[in-house]
Design a protein around this ligand. Sequence first.
Ligand code: 7RM
Length: 630
Amino acid sequence: MILQIQNLEEYQQVYQRSVADPEAFWAEMADSFVWKKKWDRVLDWDFRTPKVEWFSGGQLNITENCLDRHLESRGDQVAILWEPNDPEGETVRYTYRELHAAVCRAANALKANGIGKGDRVCFYMPMVPELAIAVLACARIGAIHSVVFAGFSATALADRVKDATCKMIICSDYNSRGAKNIPVKKVVDEAMDMGCDSVTRVIVHRNTGGEVAWNDRVDRWWHEEVDGQSSDCPAETMEAEDELFILYTSGSTGKPKGVVHTCGGYMVYTCFSFKNVFQYQDGDVYWCTADIGWITGHSYIVYGPLLAGATTLMFEGVPTFPDAGRFWQICEKHQVNQFYTAPTAIRALMARGDEWVEKYDLSSLKVIGSGGEPINEEAWNWYNEKVGKGQAPIVDTWWQTETGGIMITPLPGITDTKPCFAAYPMPGIQPVLMNADGQEIEGNDVEGLLCIKFPWPSMIRTTWGDHDRCRNVYFSAFADKYFTGDGARRDAEGRLRIIGRVDDVINVSGHRMGTAEVENAINQHGHVVESAVVGYPHDIKGQGIYAYVIADRTDAEPLRREILEVVTKEIGPIAKPDKIQIVPGLPKTRSGKIMRRILRKIASGDTGNLGDVSTLLNPEVVEAVKEGAV
Ligand code: 7RM
């Protein structure tokens, strides 16, 4: 089994070793997996290209390591524990043996439908076990999965399907979420009508059993394709650097980019980080509340836990259905030992009052995690006292879609914790703070731009179809460094605190959103002339979306409603602005650039000191924008 750090001294020692000789360290970590052929070289890299290759020459299949490897030692242990949206519904359990068989059947069905190594398969599905099964089935046969969060619109789905020229879409009929039954297949049908010509098959999993429209040429039922298949499917031989998956994420430009992760390094790092960050022990029940549509679900619901032979709980529903006690009811019911969620959920549940969490026995919890966005001190304290009872340490985990795994975090019971601090780098991770002139800021009690100066196994390899973009976005701001887009502080004792994005990316309820992306959507409205979107502090969501809109119509109310509709259609409900202000103009520099700094201040209600506006092209609009703030 992979190294599990036991105490502070060992962490310090392992960290030193991992930095002094990264290749030796990661070779040792990689040695605990099943390889069909051992690697020739541990690492080749050049951040200028960028080129990053881990374990090249090595051959493996990640599903052999997630499934086959465990059959003898833990075949009858529960691998996936699925809790339905309806609390009265039945819990579903897949043992490692059953999961292995289910993945093989699905893999054979994919093959029978023309999918092979290197083909892209898009997923648009709710949190049902079949999602995890089919994702693993792709990996089994070497197909590349591209999971799209089922809250995205048909337009957003079609964009992603087309960008990766996916051959297949796997979806559900409907999604039961809270009190709602949301049509899923219907959205796929709409996306298909938007020119997804590469798609030759749509596999539909019958979930709630509602009516769906059917296209005989492409549509097939999951059960008809999968149920009769053999439960034996040899695992395709993959090169360590073959693509495992694409996951789209938002950046500062309008178009989301397809972050590419590869088989070998991703396997080693997600397993290593899972075992250490959550200190998972045999027999524990681990629960991450994320959706598999995001990187957190990929790395810490599916791959990390299964690689480590864990029991991973998967929840279909939402934190507030049927009431605000649902998370804690599930923790009690399944005696959850490690619980991992997002600050947004913590804040939303905190706002509903302590009685919900006090109703349940949470004494099984050993580690509680937070991640995806900055956690404020009040939420950290509440989580610590009410959920962790001052006993279960909080791991505030900083990482990104691009990093593949958790990068900066306390290790529970091993390193200290401090509210709002992700604190310490994982072994093998070398964070640095940079100033705008490209110099490293050394010493403690300093603030700067967060970069990583050495490769780690699960880092981004490219952005799908556009390697230049990968270089420009991540590797050109600072020579020989990966730039995260985040600012960070190092305190007097050397702990890191992530402050947040320094680019035009906002974090709304833990969802990453490009302001340009939302602007593009708003601009699709025929009566919008121009728009500017900024984030502002929001009590529950962390950041809210504030849109300034210039329109050629004056009926503000209907216009607002229509803009919300357009954004929902272009991106999805998660991108709907919380506030829309119709403005006569936008403050611009003489070169025509929107002064976002001023707009951010007005949006956050901080209008006292807007700084010098006299050099603007149109200083007079500032007053008008200030007065009309919503
Ligand atoms: C895992 C995930 C990444 C961005 C990242 C940060 C922010 C994530 C934390 C955090 C403060 C944290 N991937 N972020 N974790 N900020 N503290 N513990 O969320 O690609 O969707 O987002 O999220 O700004 O750059 S992501």
